[in-house]
Design a protein around this ligand. Structure first.
Ligand SMILES: Cc1cc2nc3c(=O)[nH]c(=O)nc-3n(C[C@H](O)[C@H](O)[C@H](O)COP(=O)(O)OP(=O)(O)OC[C@H]3O[C@@H](n4cnc5c(N)ncnc54)[C@H](O)[C@@H]3O)c2cc1C
Length: 536
């Protein structure tokens, strides 16, 4: 088989679920499953002149081409339609839009492959609130203007627990068995975060805002972007091991990044950026579905479905001449097409853009030098009811103190009335022990059995009957899971520079341009790019 044929065929395979596999841990019970995930075939494809150099079989004309059907691309497309534009196309390489918010399912439940929840929405995000109203997440407003959140989508009790010192405590802020001195430090830390949540800069803007771009430029806050979260803790006399574990957990949870690498500005934003209040829910409540944010992705597609071309990979972007020409590969037919548009929105991560805009060497170098993407492994584990240790019962979020991963979310928790014998647990592991590139290479080499043993090692202390009760493990590896907000990235010049449109006709929309990868930021990046196109 020649190289081009090999790449095209493996690309078609990459869009399908992985091959079925099985393994045994201790004992005879067989654990079935597969490894899936965005693989490196796409990267090879974008670099292969045998594919990118092929002449198009067809030319398509449109007003605006949106590349990428993650939350940011869908948000851009929705905005274009809302504003009366109908001459646009959205292309997505996968069979289904969704990107990092994609989901899967089995006979027990739907489950997420990535994003699982949104927090209560910040109350001034008008367009975002409108979207949540449109899809029935917000059902109305009280006399004070606070949103009423649909009870079906608010996380049911119990929300979270932590396995610490052999006991499941309620809540994930460590407390059980910690000395009073540590508890006092945690209390002081949370009070300080509360101060940051309310803080404003000399420019009158909130110190920590969503979107990140609306935050204050006051130097007293910007300087926090120049040190790591770990160093900031020590500088502020926070040395309690329990607090350090918790803050590192938070940075790994939201940014896939160790707190020695995450900037203190990003680390504090985790606590201070979310300010949403609701009429019928406590401030730290979460909004979630069995399939995670895959549910929101389905809602976003409703009106724009006719404009979406799934299974279509952008190969390169040419800005010479009038408008923009994007060469694409239609995966099912293996046809090469050229889409000629007046304007183009790249809702793809910058490491992909550096290949799409391959002629721009300076851009390529800047992206390689400054944009770090953390790999993740997410495993959906189908099990019969696991034996529980003492303390709080199974909750939506179940975290293990000093565990290797972040613990697991019970996807079946939000299935109303579900009382079946099985449950689906979504286990999250940000790969943060080595440099991102090394972790990516190591992750690609791990076998199904390697991943299952790693999860087993992490969960066995809390669930001693793991070997007998786990039936299926659906492993998903994200090579470039999310942008890492390392020091000087969020408030550095490069992030802003990369947001600038190219030649007045290529606009950028991915959440990596926010420096923090969350639904609201992806939604905002899409709106911003679409508004710029509408004004062009
Ligand atoms: C494991 C994990 C857990 C997460 N959990 C949460 C959570 O609980 N809550 C939360 O708010 N956020 C979470 N996130 C962050 C999540 O990434 C964002 O919320 C959001 O979904 C990002 O959307 P995006 O459009 O910016 O990017 P992406 O999701 O990366 O979308 C980019 C899209 O472009 C497509 N694409 C790439 N190259 C091409 C090409 N050449 N041609 C055509 N299409 C292309 C991709 O297939 C993809 O669909 C999580 C992320 C990960 C990895």
């Amino acid at each position: 088989m020649n190289r081009k044929k090999f790449i095209l065929e493996s690309l078609a395979l990459s869009a399908m679920p992985g091959l079925l596999q099985q393994c045994r841990m201790a004992g005879k019970h067989v654990i079935r499953g597969q490894i899936s995930g965005a693989n490196s075939t796409i990267g090879h494809l974008l670099r292969d002149p045998a594919v990118t150099g092929r002449k198009p079989d067809e030319i398509i004309e449109t007003g605006t081409l949106v590349v990428g059907g993650g939350v940011s691309g869908l948000s851009a497309a929705r905005r274009l339609l809302q504003q009366g534009r109908k001459d646009f196309i959205l292309i997505e390489l996968d069979k289904q839009p969704g990107g990092n918010a994609a989901c899967g399912s089995n006979e027990v439940s739907a489950y997420p492959y990535g994003a699982h929840y949104i927090p209560l929405p910040n109350n001034e995000l008008t367009a975002y609130l409108q979207f949540l109203e449109e899809c029935g997440v917000i059902t109305g407003y009280d006399a004070e203007g606070l949103p009423l959140i649909n009870e079906l989508y608010l996380c049911f009790d119990p929300q979270e627990r932590l396995y610490i010192h052999g006991y499941w405590q309620e809540g994930i802020i460590p407390a059980f068995g910690l000395p009073d001195s540590e508890l006092q430090q945690i209390k002081r830390f949370l009070a300080e975060m509360d101060g940051f949540r309310k803080a404003k800069g000399a420019d009158g803007k909130e110190a920590f805002s969503i979107p990140v771009d609306s935050s204050s430029n006051d130097e007293q806050f910007l300087q926090l972007d120049r040190i790591s979260m770990h160093d900031w803790l020590l500088q502020n006399n926070y040395n309690a091991p329990g607090l350090h574990w918790y803050i590192n957990y938070c940075c790994r949870d939201d940014f896939g990044t160790d707190y020695r690498q995450a900037s203190a500005w990003a680390g504090i934003h985790y606590f201070a950026g979310r300010k949403g209040l609701a009429a019928n829910a406590a401030p730290q409540s979460v909004i979630t579905w069995p399939e995670g944010n895959g549910w929101l992705v389905q809602q976003m597609q409703k009106k724009i479905a006719p404009y979406i071309l799934p299974g279509t990979v952008a190969l390169n972007v040419d800005t010479t001449g009038e408008g923009v020409t994007v060469k694409v590969l239609e995966v099912a037919t293996k046809k090469i097409k050229a889409i000629h548009a007046k304007t183009c929105i790249l809702a793809t991560p910058q490491f992909v853009n550096s290949r799409l805009l391959a002629a721009d060497d300076a851009r390529k170098k800047t992206i390689a030098d400054h944009f770090v993407y953390q790999p993740w492994m997410v495993a959906n584990i189908t099990s019969r009811k696991l034996t529980e240790r003492s303390g709080a019962g199974l909750s939506w979020d179940n975290v293990l103190y000093k565990g290797r991963g972040l613990g697991y979310v019970e996807a079946t928790h939000q299935l109303i009335g579900y009382q079946g014998p099985k449950q689906v647990l979504t286990y999250y592991l940000p790969l943060t022990e080595k440099k991102a590139a090394e972790e990516r290479t190591a992750a690609q080499k791990r076998s199904f059995e390697d991943w299952v043993s790693l999860i087993r090692e992490d969960l066995l202390a809390a669930h001693p009957d793991f070997d007998e009760m786990i039936d299926e493990v659906d492993v998903w590896v994200w090579g470039h899971g999310m942008i890492s907000p390392q020091r000087n990235f969020i408030h550095g010049a490069v992030r802003k520079q990369m947001q600038q449109p190219l030649a007045g006709k290529v606009y950028f929309a991915h959440s990596d341009l926010s420096g923090i990868s969350v639904f609201e930021e992806a939604f905002y990046q899409g709106l911003k790019a679409a508004d710029a196109v509408l004004q062009a």
